[in-house]
Design a protein around this ligand. Structure first.
Ligand SMILES: *[C@@H]1O[C@H](CO)[C@@H](O)[C@H](O)[C@H]1NC(C)=O
Ligand SMILES: *[C@@H]1O[C@H](CO)[C@@H](O)[C@H](O)[C@H]1NC(C)=O
Length: 232
């Protein structure tokens, strides 16, 4: 049993690293696009109409169970190279959340397509927490490197569009990165004799970018017959 638990913790640690980012799909093409002198040179590298087409709904991370961040960026859609932005679709199942994270290289504008999503943003140490509730057609701003998180506070699927001003904005999840530090650092920060390694083993992996919401919210939605199945 103890061995199993250890194995799980080791797996979670490896998985959180392995799944932390979008897989780079066409490294050679992206390198050539970066090297190209002019826009016309870039267009020659993208000769087909299909090179300029991206279907969010056909991507692996397009799920509402629990949800997903589907990025159109330099890693997933080479035509974005040099355009200076990423467009992401955010899918959140009932109660699902994007755990606290920041983007090291981009300001992030988020607009809701539907559903009801609560957002929180902290710009830096000493700044107040800005919170909003976004419904269809409403937006908020997460400035570069601000910590932000959001939760679908409704019992229907929620969908939002996220625009970032870099084709390689990056994402850093707070809990996953903090708890990957050596235990003598994390245990000291937490204090009280609590084992940071035990906590690390329970933190959801970065996965699709979304994780399940609080049990209380999920139970309330389940009563309405609106709950997604938790798959573990
Ligand atoms: C929002 O749109 C998604 C994707 O089309 C859909 O699954 C979901 O049911 C919609 N939610 C609401 C509240 O209309
Ligand atoms: C903290 O832990 C790391 C990794 O186990 C180790 O390399 C380092 O020497 C430790 N530092 C101190 C001050 O104990």
């Amino acid at each position: 049993m103890a061995l199993l638990a250890l194995g799980f913790i080791a797996f979670a640690a490896v998985a959180s690293v392995a799944l932390a980012a979008d897989a780079d799909r066409e490294t050679d093409l992206v390198a050539k696009l970066h090297m190209a002198n002019t826009n016309l040179d870039r267009m020659e590298l993208l000769p087909d109409d299909s090179d300029w087409f991206f279907d969010f709904t056909k991507q692996d991370k397009y799920t509402f169970s629990p949800g997903g961040v589907i990025n159109a960026n330099a890693a997933t859609f080479p035509a974005t190279v040099g355009q200076g932005m990423t467009l992401a679709m955010l899918n959140l199942g009932p109660c699902s959340m994007l755990p606290p994270h920041f983007h090291p290289r981009a300001t992030n504008f988020v607009v809701a397509i539907n559903g009801t999503t609560q957002t929180y943003m902290i710009a830096e140490n000493g700044a107040r927490t800005v919170t909003e509730v976004l419904k269809a057609g409403q937006m908020t701003i997460f400035p570069t490197a601000s910590i932000h998180t959001m939760m679908n506070v409704g019992c229907e699927n929620a969908q939002l569009i996220s625009a970032l001003n870099s084709d390689d904005s990056g994402t850093t999840n707070l809990a996953n990165t903090f708890f990957s530090l050596p235990a003598n650092i994390t245990n000291t920060i937490i204090g009280g004799g609590i084992s940071a390694q035990d906590i690390y083993g329970r933190i959801p992996t970065v996965g699709t970018g979304s994780s399940f919401g609080p049990d209380q919210c999920r139970a309330a939605c389940a009563k309405q017959g609106k709950m997604i199945k938790r798959e573990w």
